[in-house]
Design a protein around this ligand. Structure first.
Ligand code: NAD
Length: 368
């Protein structure tokens, strides 16, 4: 069988430490599951700027196009704050998403039983929560033209941004959501503001058409974004897959993230369009940043990155069984009482990044 190719871009700060824990899991998979990954390392963000004077070297873009999937740590750091805009580490991240054509951002919000108290919401509201926010990532008001700030003849200034979506942009993100729902609990809630915005009237109409044409086995509902924000904190467990526009998704996915209570536990995936050969560009990364305050101290929580790798196995390599193994190992480690500092609770054992990584491998060993 051809080796599966994975490009790892550790990036900056804790990105280096957390991606190192995924390497332990990959080594374990080679030994115990007979799964060979061909791993390439690349530079992005501040590390790439230090080495090559750009946050996104051509070699990194080429390697990303070549690989079956990309796993990214995080980018950024205070030492890069004064760089010109186009040299900032974050431009590397936006650039690679654009180069790879990643239009769908998947952000699961899962509450583990062992961490139910980490949420600011009542345990009965969040326990057992497992929802998926699907955000359109390359269209909508963040990219629409015209945009800008102009000065009017009377001297006032006017700011303009434009919300646009085409039929095809709506249908392709709709398909991602419906396909995910088929592998989950069969429900999609499409979030819009169709009572006010024509663009999202079109969004709703196209979601309904797509549903009728291809996905009648899935339950489709619609919700205005203001209500969705309220429902996410009132009764989040009513949702399975939520699909929405770029800006609404930006806001709602952060809201959903906080239901779980911890930045160090949140994975994500960004997917592009499947090509004629059946290959789909995909980038997996934790939601958190490079955490300069704890970088290099072996303190960071690697679980968001480990679970991003589990998503990679599930969505890029169709290895649901191995993804389940990793997610179950994470649950077992937490149940066993190990905690990195960010999720520390009274009576639990505080461990380092690397000890957490080793503990996951130990749990995996017990499971096969
Ligand atoms: P951050 O996510 O890096 O950190 C916010 C807080 O959460 C910090 O106190 C940090 O210590 C803590 N934290 C984050 N991840 C953690 C983990 N895995 N384990 C334990 N604690 C964790 O956000 P920030 O401080 O606003 O940004 C720092 C840098 O990261 C900036 O340069 C920013 O631009 C960049 N950033 C990058 C990404 C990315 O690469 N996707 C995302 C957000 C921010």
């Amino acid at each position: 069988m051809a080796a599966k190719t994975l490009l790892i871009l550790p990036g900056d700060g804790i990105g280096i430490e957390v991606t190192a824990q995924v390497r332990r899991i990959i080594d374990w998979m080679a030994k115990r599951r007979n799964v060979a990954f061909e791993i390439t390392d690349g530079l992005i963000g501040g590390a790439a700027y230090d080495a090559h004077g750009t946050p996104l070297p051509d070699a990194t873009i080429a390697a990303a196009h070549k690989a079956d999937a990309v796993l990214l740590g995080a980018v950024g750091g205070p030492q890069y704050d004064d760089l010109p805009f186009d040299k900032k580490p974050e431009r590397g991240l936006l650039g690679i998403r654009k180069q790879m054509g990643l239009f769908a951002n998947l952000r699961p919000a899962v509450v583990f039983d062992a961490l139910v108290d980490a949420s600011t919401l009542k345990p009965e509201v969040v326990s057992g929560l497992d929802i998926m926010i699907v955000r359109e990532l390359t269209g909508g008001i963040y990219f629409g033209e015209p945009r800008g700030i102009e000065t009017l003849p009377d001297g006032q200034r006017k700011g303009v941004n434009t919300l646009t979506y085409t039929t095809e942009e709506i249908r392709r993100i709709g398909r991602v959501a419906f396909d995910l729902a088929r592998k989950r609990n069969g429900k999609v809630c499409s979030v819009d503001k169709a009572n006010v915005l024509e663009c999202t009237i079109l969004w709703r109409e196209e979601m309904i058409k797509l549903h009728q044409e291809e996905y009648t086995d899935i339950e489709l509902s619609h919700m205005y974004v203001d209500n969705a924000a309220m429902q996410l904190v009132r009764n989040p467990k009513q949702f399975d897959v939520v699909v929405t526009t770029n800006m609404f998704g930006d806001i709602l996915s952060d809201c959903a993230a906080m239901l779980t209570g911890s930045l160090g536990m949140l994975p994500s995936a960004s997917l592009g369009a499947t090509d004629a050969k059946g290959r789909r560009p995909a980038l997996y990364e934790p939601v958190h940043g490079s955490a300069p305050d704890i970088a290099g101290k072996d303190m960071a929580n690697p679980l968001a990155t480990v679970m991003s790798f589990a998503m990679c196995l599930r969505y890029s390599f169709d290895m649901a069984e191995d993804a389940d193994l990793i997610e179950n190992a994470v649950k077992a480690v937490l149940k066993g009482g190990l905690r990195t500092a960010d999720i520390m609770q009274p009576g639990k054992a505080k461990v380092s990044t690397s000890v957490m990584g080793e503990a996951i491998v130990r749990e995996l060993d017990k499971m096969v």
